[in-house]
Each structure stands twice: as structure tokens, then as C-alpha cells.
Design a protein around this ligand. Sequence first.
Ligand code: 5GP
Ligand code: MN
Length: 326
Amino acid sequence: MDLESSKTIKEYLHQANRVVITSHIRPDGDAVGAVLGLGTALQEAGKQVQVVLADGIPAVFRHFPGSKLVSRKVQGDYDLAVVLDCSDLQRSGGVLGDRKPEINIDHHVTNLEFGIVNLVEPEAAATCEILGEFLPRWGFTISQPAAALLLAGIVTDTIGFRTSNTRPHTLRCAADLMELGASLSEVYYHNLLRQSYEAAGLWGKGLTRLQRQDRLVYTSLSLEDKQQIGYNGNDDADLINLLSTIDDADIAIIFVELNGGIVKVSWRAQPGFDVSRIAVKFGGGGHLAAAGAQIPGTLEEVTRIVLETTAGMASEGLLNNEPDHE
Ligand code: 5GP
Ligand code: MN
């Protein structure tokens, strides 16, 4: 743990009056839980807080407490910028303009340490786990809504404590958040156990197109699929998590067509592999077991080059990772 960074962050947070908190585009549960969790704690400590996400808040997270706090653009002056769960600054979607953020808190192994002070803990299962541990140490109270937000981030990023980066500390942190009033069963129910009808329809589209090549399984979702189904999100409706349960495969990949000739690629790997290395090659990032990138091109082009590269790196052993180092 980086004690020096932690001390500096504490000072920054206490001295600031007007704080902007942001995270990555296409925000997931950890990103939304982290920005709203920290935002709530700082607001309750009397700070003026703007929670800004370039893509706004996806419909699936609108039940999060305080979700109405989120805007898409910074308004007016501020004296502290905090970026959470975001491995490179570009991925924040430009909400801070040219400003170098004072604080960067993240758990991605691929983090570029772009802040004035960086607290990057790749062994943490979620950015919300880092905040759950540090907020009390920095002298901030975690109220019941903030606890529920942080627990939602941990539960979604670990898919219910089942990813290989879930550690005893993660569970202790979750237990602390429950003691602060967060309901694990409610967080589970709303975030992992319920799907919209349209999401299930989209899974159907992807599953009928599922393919296997040696130890890889993959599928794709086109803009036309989403339109036919009436699915409004610009994500894969978490279909990749379903693909990653398929036995006999080391790596699962999904290709999701986005507007503007870009394809979002998500990789998921079994323990012993590191797919963040491929994602970085394509300008993306992530974790050993879960990584992504946005790649220009058509679905066909991106599928071909990504399959070729992934299969090539896998066969040369370039994706192997000692389980001890996860
Ligand atoms: P997902 O595939 O679910 O979008 O993301 C898996 C992991 O990779 C997440 O931790 C996410 O933050 C990271 N990730 C996904 N896409 C990108 C990207 O385009 N750039 C970077 N740096 N990280 C990404
Ligand atoms: Mn995360």
C-alpha cells in the first residue's frame, strides 16, 4: 500500500471545497458506485460535489442512490479533480479538458498513473473496495447510502465475489459495508439477478452466433441486433459473463458494434491467463481476467484481426500468467 499517496489524497480531499469526480466512458457498476459513493461521502462532509460521467448514467444503474447527481459536463470552477476506476485519462471521455487531475484512484493493472497523486492497487477487486477501506482512514464517514453504493461496485466488479481477484480483504470490506447498513441481498438482486426482457433477447442473438476456435469462444452483437430487439444500452448486456462460464475454453471474446465504425471488444480469461496484454496492444486495458478495447473497423475486420492476434499470442504462451501473481 502506498502510504505517501494516501496521506496526500487525504490532504487534498480535506482542503478542497468544490470537487469534480469522474470515471470512464460506458461506466460499469464499479465506476458508478465509486463516483457516487465518494461523491455522497464528500457531500455529507460539506463539500460541493459534481459527479460527471461523459456518457451519463446507464439505465441499469438509475436505481443507485443519488444517481440524479450525475451530469455529463462540468459546470463552473472547481478546485479538485478526482478520477476513479479509469486506467487512462482519455477513457474519461475528456470531461476534464486539459486539466491534469489531482487524484487518480484505481485497481487496473494497466493504469497509466496520470494523476498528480496516484493510488493504484491492482490487487484490489474493485475501486469501491479501495474507497471502502480508505474513506474511514481519511476521516470521512460512510453513510448507509454510500455503503450501499460501494457494495454495489464490489459485487458487480467481482460478479458476486466469484472473480479470481476476490480476496479475503474484499469480503471483510463488504462485511464492513453491510455493518454500515448496505444490504447484500438487495445489491445482489438489483445488479446480478435481474435482466430486462430486451437484454435476454440480445443474449439470444449472440448465443445463436456463438463460435469456438481451439480454446477460444466468441460471438458478436451488431447495431442491427440491438435495433431489432429494442435494446437501448451501448453495451453487451453482460453476455460476456455468460460466455466466460463455458467449459473447454480458456478465453471468451465478444465483439460489439458501436456507432461511428468502432467495435468494442471484451476478453475474459480463465485463471492462469492475462488478457490485459492483448487489450493493451489494441489501445485498451483492464485486468488479467477481464479486459477490453475499442477498435476502429467493421465487425468482420475487427473480429478477424483480434482472433488472429489472440490465438497467436495464446499459442506462443504470451498470455500465460503464473497463478501466484494474480
Ligand atoms: P469490459 O470488457 O467489461 O468493458 O471491461 C473489462 C475491463 O477492462 C474493465 O476493467 C474495464 O475498465 C477495462 N476496459 C474495457 N474497455 C477498455 C478500454 O477501451 N480501455 C481501457 N483502458 N480499459 C478498458
Ligand atoms: Mn473496476
